[in-house]
Design a protein around this ligand. Structure first.
Ligand SMILES: Nc1ncnc2c1ncn2[C@@H]1O[C@H](COP(=O)(O)OP(=O)(O)OP(=O)(O)O)[C@@H](O)[C@H]1O
Length: 220
C-alpha cells in the first residue's frame, strides 16, 4: 500500500470536538481517489495529514509502511508528495513556466527537454506560451489553479493531493483536469487523492470515500 491512515483521530481545540476517531484508509498507487462529504466534516483536514502538513492527534499516516513521523514530515513533503492547495500555491514573481520548471528541478525530473515538456503540459490545460511566460500574479484564479495542477503533474512525486482542484474552473476546464488526473493515476501510476464537492469529479474517481457522521465509507 502506498499510503495508509492507521487509527487516525483528529480534533482542533479539544478532544470533545473530535472530527473523527480511529479512521483507517488505504491508498494504492495507480488509482484516483475522491474524498467527499458535507462542508466542515473534515475532508481538508484529512488531506492535510496525508500531505504531511499536519499530524494526527492519535494514530499515524504511513508511506509505504513507514510512518511519516519517522520519515520526517518535511522530508516526506519534499520527496514524495505534490500538493495542490489553494492556500499553498504558486511561487509569486515567477512565470507559470518557471513555476513548473522549478518544481521539476527540485524533484530531479528526468525529462530531456523540460521547457518543451512543461509548455506542452500547460497548453493541455489552456495556458499557451504567451500566458506561460507571464508573471503568475497577473493571471486569474482559475488559470493559477490549472498551473498548480500542471506543476504537480510534472513533478516526480509518487503521491498527489489536491483540495477542490476544479473549484475555480468552468465545465470544459473541469473535464480537461479530470482527464489529466486520470492520466496521472493510470498512466503514470501515481496515487492521486482529491477532495471535491463536485459530483462529476467524484464520479470520475476510481474510489470514493464519503466522510459522514465522523466516519469514512467507501462508496461504489
Ligand atoms: N485551524 C483550525 N482551527 C480550528 N478549527 C478548524 C481549523 N481548521 C478547520 N477547523 C474546523 O474543523 C472542521 C473541519 O474543517 P475542514 O476544513 O477539514 O472541513 P472540510 O470537510 O474540508 O470542509 P469544506 O468542504 O467546507 O472545505 C470545520 O468545522 C472547521 O471549522
Amino acid at each position: 500500500m502506498m499510503l495508509t491512515a492507521k487509527n487516525v483521530s483528529y480534533w482542533y481545540d479539544t478532544e470533545a470536538n473530535t472530527l473523527y476517531k480511529d479512521v483507517n484508509l488505504d491508498f494504492e498507487a495507480g488509482r484516483l481517489y475522491g474524498i467527499i462529504g458535507s462542508s466542515g466534516a473534515g475532508k481538508t483536514t484529512m488531506l492535510t495529514m496525508l500531505a504531511g502538513l499536519d499530524k494526527p492527534r492519535r494514530g499515524e499516516i504511513l508511506y509505504e509502511g513507514t510512518s511519516l513521523q519517522k520519515i520526517g514530515l518535511t522530508q516526506y513533503r519534499n520527496r514524495y508528495v505534490s500538493i495542490v492547495f489553494q492556500a499553498y500555491n504558486l511561487l509569486p514573481y515567477m512565470s507559470a513556466l518557471d513555476n513548473v520548471l522549478t518544481a521539476m528541478q527540485i524533484t530531479h525530473s528526468t525529462q530531456d527537454n523540460p521547457t518543451e515538456y512543461a509548455l506542452n503540459m500547460l497548453t493541455k490545460v489552456g495556458i499557451d506560451e504567451a500566458l506561460a511566460r507571464k508573471n503568475v500574479q497577473k493571471l486569474s484564479g482559475g488559470q493559477q489553479q490549472r498551473i498548480a495542477i500542471v506543476r504537480a503533474m510534472c513533478c516526480s512525486a509518487p503521491v498527489v493531493v489536491a483540495d477542490e482542484p476544479t473549484g475555480n474552473l468552468d465545465e470544459t476546464n473541469t473535464q480537461e483536469i479530470i482527464k489529466l488526473f486520470q492520466e496521472l493515476a493510470h498512466d503514470q501510476q501515481k496515487c492521486v487523492i482529491l477532495v471535491t464537492h463536485e459530483k462529476e469529479v467524484a464520479a470520475s474517481c476510481d474510489v470514493q470515500f464519503h466522510l459522514q457522521n465522523k466516519t469514512f465509507e467507501e462508496v461504489s
